[in-house]
Design a protein around this ligand. Structure first.
Ligand code: ADP
Ligand code: MG
Length: 383
């Protein structure tokens, strides 16, 4: 892929591609901290006073919708953008003033940014050559890296003679041959098809674990984040909405925004009043300030008691069926295992374990500590 088509410049690449020799392929990952870091564009914060901690040798994913500040945060760690406020610390050292080449990092961009006129071998070796690493060490590392990435048979080809997945591997090769303690990746898989993306996720995760560097990886794909990360950092409007292990984020979302972002499909968010009206007789507006979250995979069908719902669509997924339901003014997706004969435009009763409900304030979206009075009991009697 030609550099001219990418958002990064050749200078960025040269600044990041410069490498330092180390004997062994295992590297000591370094800790990364951002302390109250902000970045403004025309007075508007693109990154808004964020605190981030990456433990040495771990995999952190910056996740969030387009425009929430992920790439800007990553470029601040890399030194490709300067923080307007706050401290950037890598390996215990404040690096705000250091240019990218002196931060001891490798970086992989979405565009791959391969040099079209160089062979695979020359692309991978680019940084080592700039650094004048001894020739035999270059060759030894090249063979090791190519072997690791399954590129041994392609070393003499040019990028245009490779598939998308192979080009992506060359970009990875160029980053890992550097054996840097920190590796930064910005949406490196978004140009690949779904199947290859799944394979490459695992490859990148395995590489990070076996080589031991610290990874900060940007994606807008929540499935990618929760399958790869030790720590997920979910961003919104330049701030950090929640950070935690994939399990913490899935099981205890800190806000309705997080709940509605994570999961395949994500958590259902219903007006409490709609839910109450569908289980008890008559409407109940006692919970009008409340949003109730329930994951599609926690919903079950019931023959007797349960929430009355109207099925609008039935989506057959093979192993599961997705029921697209309406409950009063709220929508709910139910993921039902196995086979069902349920039809669209019919009524159904749904239940779930009361512990699987999540509660959020409707105004601010913030998670409430527990179930409001009445709710838990009502659902305990049903399930
Ligand atoms: P993400 O990677 O999460 O999609 P970015 O970090 O690229 O988001 O962008 C965050 C915000 O900063 C967006 O509103 C974007 O338009 C703005 N932004 C990014 N880079 C620049 C720039 N060079 N000049 C002006 N605004 C920018
Ligand atoms: Mg981005």
């Amino acid at each position: 892929m030609a550099l001219s088509r990418s958002r990064i410049s050749t200078t960025d690449l040269q600044r990041c591609g410069i490498v330092q020799c180390m004997e062994d392929s295992h590297v000591e990952g370094q800790a990364i901290s951002l302390k109250q870091v902000s970045k403004f564009w025309d007075g508007e914060p693109a990154v808004d006073c964020i605190d981030l901690e990456v433990e040495p040798g771990t995999f952190t994913v910056l996740l969030g919708p387009s425009g929430c500040g992920k790439s800007t945060s990553l470029r601040i760690i890399a030194g490709l953008e300067a923080a307007d406020e706050g401290q950037v610390i890598i390996g215990g050292k404040q690096v705000n003033q250091l240019p990218p080449a002196q931060r001891d990092i490798a970086m992989v961009f979405q565009s791959y940014a391969l040099f079209p006129h160089l062979t695979v071998a020359e692309n991978i070796l680019f940084g080592l050559r700039v650094r004048r690493t001894p020739k035999d060490e270059q060759q030894q590392r090249l063979l090791q890296t190519a072997n690791l990435l399954g590129l041994t048979d392609y070393l003499k080809r040019r990028p245009s003679q490779l598939s998308g997945g192979q080009q992506q591997r060359v970009a990875l090769g160029r980053a890992i041959i550097a054996r840097k303690p920190v590796c930064l990746m910005d949406e490196p898989l978004s140009n690949l098809d779904a199947k290859l993306r799944n394979t490459m996720r695992m490859e990148i995760r395995d590489l990070q674990q076996s080589l031991g560097f610290s990874m900060v990886y940007v994606t807008h794909d929540q499935a990618e984040a929760i399958t790869m990360a030790d720590q997920v950092v979910l961003m919104r409007n330049g701030g950090i909405e929640q950070s935690g292990t994939p399990r913490e984020i899935y099981e205890k979302p800190a806000s309705a925004f997080v709940a509605g972002f994570i999961g395949t499909p994500p958590m259902n968010l219903l007006e409490a009043g709609d839910l109450m009206a569908a289980v008890s007789t008559g409407t109940n507006d006692q919970h009008s300030n409340l949003t109730v979250g329930i994951r599609p995979e926690h919903v079950r069908l019931s023959d007797t008691a349960g929430v009355k719902a109207h099925i609008e669509h039935v989506e057959y997924l093979g192993a599961d069926v997705l029921l697209d339901c309406r409950i009063g003014g709220s929508k709910l997706l139910a993921r039902i295992e196995g086979h069902t004969n349920l039809q669209a435009r019919s009524d159904v009763r749904l239940v779930w374990h009361p512990d699987n409900m999540h509660f959020f304030g409707s105004d601010n979206g913030v998670r409430l500590a527990g179930a409001p009075a009445g709710f838990h009991d009502l659902f305990t009697s049903m399930s």
